[in-house]
Design a protein around this ligand. Structure first.
Ligand SMILES: Nc1nc2c(ncn2[C@@H]2O[C@H](COP(=O)(O)OP(=O)(O)OP(=O)(O)O)[C@@H](O)[C@H]2O)c(=O)[nH]1
Ligand SMILES: [Mg+2]
Length: 228
């Protein structure tokens, strides 16, 4: 009895989230921007990747970031130092962003001038997978220090994403992580996911990632509904 009412409530929460995510997506499409949801376990390198990417992207494009953290504005402050516009969402006890939290920010932001909107989700390899935010693309970071078995143990987030970045590849000589094995695990779950091995320290793979971003942006412009 208890179990079925819990399941019912969870289903309602997830359905409600899907509706709000679709609403957010309408705003993103109307503004003609590309929205990317960055997800990973804590510390895999989301903010570092954003710092590195925004250094390049901000030269030519209007970029903005929504930062999700349980408390504090440490990551937001790191990005603001680059002159980037950042909106903070503090999730309190929640271990993921949801579409309603993002909707509040979306309604208070001037989206029209933006080309890229990045959302850094709360560090967690499980819960963010179930809560789409309206993003066009889902990017998962897996650092080589976490072990290459993670796609097998946390399949949902890898099953439902567009890109997987194996981060901190400068540390590969010191850890037991095979990029080939991890790529195979991801592709067994999700053949359409693209995998890149990257390092902020050496710059490995950063051009591939930036090229992917730029083709995703161009593709999104072709797919945007034509405004009348
Ligand atoms: N060696 C190495 N360290 C890295 C790399 N990228 C990030 N780091 C380090 O990893 C730590 C965590 O990086 P963050 O970018 O803060 O990770 P995050 O995913 O944003 O962390 P949360 O927001 O707390 O989940 C920092 O000490 C970074 O300097 C990398 O390519 N190589
Ligand atoms: Mg961060």
């Amino acid at each position: 009895m208890h179990e079925s009412s819990d399941e019912h409530m969870l289903e309602r929460i997830l359905n409600n989230n899907e509706d709000l995510a679709a609403h957010n997506r309408e705003h993103f499409d109307a503004a003609g921007l590309l929205c990317i949801n960055l997800m990973s376990a804590p510390g895999a390198g989301k903010t570092s990747l954003l710092e590195r990417s925004l250094l390049d992207l901000s030269k030519h494009w209007q970029c903005s970031v929504i930062e999700g953290d349980m408390v504090g504005e440490l990551d937001a402050d790191r990005l603001r130092k680059l002159g980037v516009d950042v909106s903070q969402i503090s999730t309190g006890k929640s271990c993921h962003l949801d579409a309603q939290m993002v909707a509040r920010v979306v309604h208070s932001k001037a989206l029209d001038k933006l080309d890229y909107l990045f959302i850094e989700n709360v560090g967690n390899l499980v819960c963010p997978a179930d809560f789409p935010l309206g993003e066009h693309k889902r990017v998962v970071l897996l650092s080589v220090t976490e072990g290459d078995d993670k796609p097998l143990k946390y399949p949902v987030i890898f099953h439902n994403c567009d890109v997987v970045l194996f981060t901190k590849c400068d540390l590969l000589p010191y850890v037991n992580f095979s990029v080939a094995r991890a790529t195979q695990y991801v592709q067994d779950l999700n053949p359409r996911a693209q995998c890149f091995a990257v390092s902020i320290v050496t710059g490995q793979g950063i051009d591939d990632w930036l090229n992917w971003l730029s083709s995703a942006y161009l593709q999104s412009q072709k797919n945007m509904p034509v405004s009348i």
